[in-house]
Design a protein around this ligand. Structure first.
Ligand code: NAG
Ligand code: NAG
Ligand code: NAG
Ligand code: NAG
Ligand code: FE2
Length: 424
């Protein structure tokens, strides 16, 4: 197929759509066409939204990477009755010595909604590849969770990412999360491609749906980092009720380590994790020439050292390629600006959300594409080594171990190097 180049763009959807631009010779495809059905949100009295028992008990616990390399973790939680303590007590499985870190607490008002006390605490100087326990709610009801830090950044470090997007809080959302948890290939970190709670679908953007989402997802977000990308449902721009600060609920609740990558905004940033270099972009912040995001990316791409992190992954909410009527061409202006750089710097894959269907494209640039449809689900990006990664798509209607679509990725930078070397 006359396709040369590029990065794969996967758009993850509705729970992940991956629109990926895949590779070389796409013989893909499935005749599957998704039913157009409305998803139904779980009612507020559902089991998944239950508040933890105890006075001022921490809820909505979630973690994300806290620095550029994976030795720090931002722990976040909400208390409802009073601010309580911002302290996190943590200890490694190997060495039971307890450490203490102090965080911050914030609140916000959104029209007639007043948030609980939102805590963020950066715990740092962690050992790589180590299981840690952490305790929050010091002084009142405490709760303990755990996570495992990634291996030291380096070229030969296998690592498994889960991909989820457009999650929301419907019965399908719960099925997506359960399938991700039950997948025999266990993801260690979620690359979340945007659209979290969909609270903005409710009258006055009912922010109690941000709280319920936090409680629903806690069973996963408290135990593995979710790497956040801003989606359109995070904007919460509602001038009709006087809410004119975009991303207000999102930025109060979800923190990201943007300063560690010299970014000036939480909406675009990068991290290294194991053998991957991950660049998160914002489809809903200015990215035209001379804008801060454009300038940041221009300086960021040349910094990636493929000898250290062979896998170069980009996350955006709006896909650069999309065959659906919904959101058709919304990613086009970003594609026009950034695709030449993605080609030049040999980006391996672009993961996106927004379109509630699974698609992946061939490895292409510009206009050629070829698509597979799927529906609600999640994906796994399983990095095996410097040259090979295995991507699989898991639909909610299938069994936990069923792979609906899959492909090997051959590293854009290293694969040809190695082929070359071995033919010499
Ligand atoms: C959500 O999924 C979990 C795990 O499968 C299940 O225990 C729970 O009952 C489900 N809740 C709803 C409201 O579907
Ligand atoms: C967390 O702490 C580490 C180590 O001091 C620092 O490099 C990182 O930037 C901090 N992250 C945030 C979000 O403050
Ligand atoms: C790139 O990374 C490799 C492996 O960590 C290191 O040896 C090399 O010095 C780095 N190159 C630059 C330009 O920093
Ligand atoms: C990398 O992983 C692939 C797939 O598992 C394997 O075929 C290949 O031999 C591995 N390469 C090296 C250098 O180990
Ligand atoms: Fe979206």
């Amino acid at each position: 197929m006359g396709i040369h180049w590029c990065s794969v763009i996967v758009s993850v959807l509705g729970f992940l759509v991956l629109e990926s631009v895949l590779f070389v010779d796409g013989g893909l495809t499935s005749s599957f066409i998704r039913k157009v059905e409305k998803t139904i949100d779980m009612p507020l009295d559902s089991d998944v939204f239950r508040e933890p028992p105890g006075y001022n008990a921490p809820q909505q616990v979630h973690i994300t990477q806290g620095d550029h390399v994976g030795k720090a973790v931002i722990v976040s939680w909400v208390t409802m009755e009073e601010p309580g303590s911002t302290t996190v007590v943590y200890w490694s499985e190997n060495n039971k010595k307890k450490f203490i870190a102090k965080g911050i607490v914030t609140t916000y008002i959104f029209y007639n909604y007043i948030s609980g006390f939102i805590h963020h605490c950066n715990i740092s100087d962690l050992e790589y590849d180590t299981k840690y326990y952490y305790e929050v709610g010091i002084g009142h009801t405490t709760r303990t969770f755990w996570f495992t830090t990634p291996p030291k950044v380096g070229p030969d470090v296998p690592y498994t990412f889960g991909l989820i997007g457009d999650l929301g809080q419907s019965f399908d959302s719960n099925a997506t999360l359960t399938h991700y948890e039950m997948n025999p290939t266990q993801g260690k970190t979620v690359l979340f491609v945007g659209d979290i709670s969909y609270a903005d679908n409710y009258p006055d953007h009912d922010n109690t749906r941000w709280d319920s989402w936090g409680r629903f997802a806690e069973r996963n977000t408290a135990y593995q980092p979710w790497i956040w990308t801003a989606g359109n449902h995070e904007i919460d721009f509602a001038p009709e009720i006087g809410e004119t600060e975009p991303f207000k609920p999102y930025t109060h609740r979800y923190q990201v380590p943007f300063e560690a990558s010299q970014s000036t905004s939480p909406f675009w940033y990068s991290i290294k994790r194991a053998s991957a270099y991950i660049i998160v972009l914002s489809s809903y912040s200015a990215y035209g020439k001379y804008t801060p995001q454009y300038e940041w990316l221009e300086h960021e791409l040349p910094k990636v050292n493929r000898s250290e992190t062979p896998w170069l992954i980009v996350m955006t909410h709006s896909p650069l390629y999309n065959s659906y009527i919904y959101h058709y061409m919304e990613g086009e202006s970003m594609r026009v600006l950034f695709e030449p750089w993605f080609v030049k710097y040999k980006v391996d894959v672009v993961f996106s959300g927004h379109v509630h269907a699974y698609e992946r494209s061939e490895r292409i640039s510009n206009i050629e594409y070829d698509i597979v449809n799927g529906n609600y689900g999640h994906a796994i990006f399983d990095i095996k080594n410097k040259t090979h990664a295995y991507h699989s798509w898991h639909r909610n209607q299938d069994g936990y171990a069923v792979v609906a679509d899959s492909m090997w990725f051959y590293n854009r930078y290293w694969y040809h190097h190695e082929q070359h070397a071995s033919s010499k």
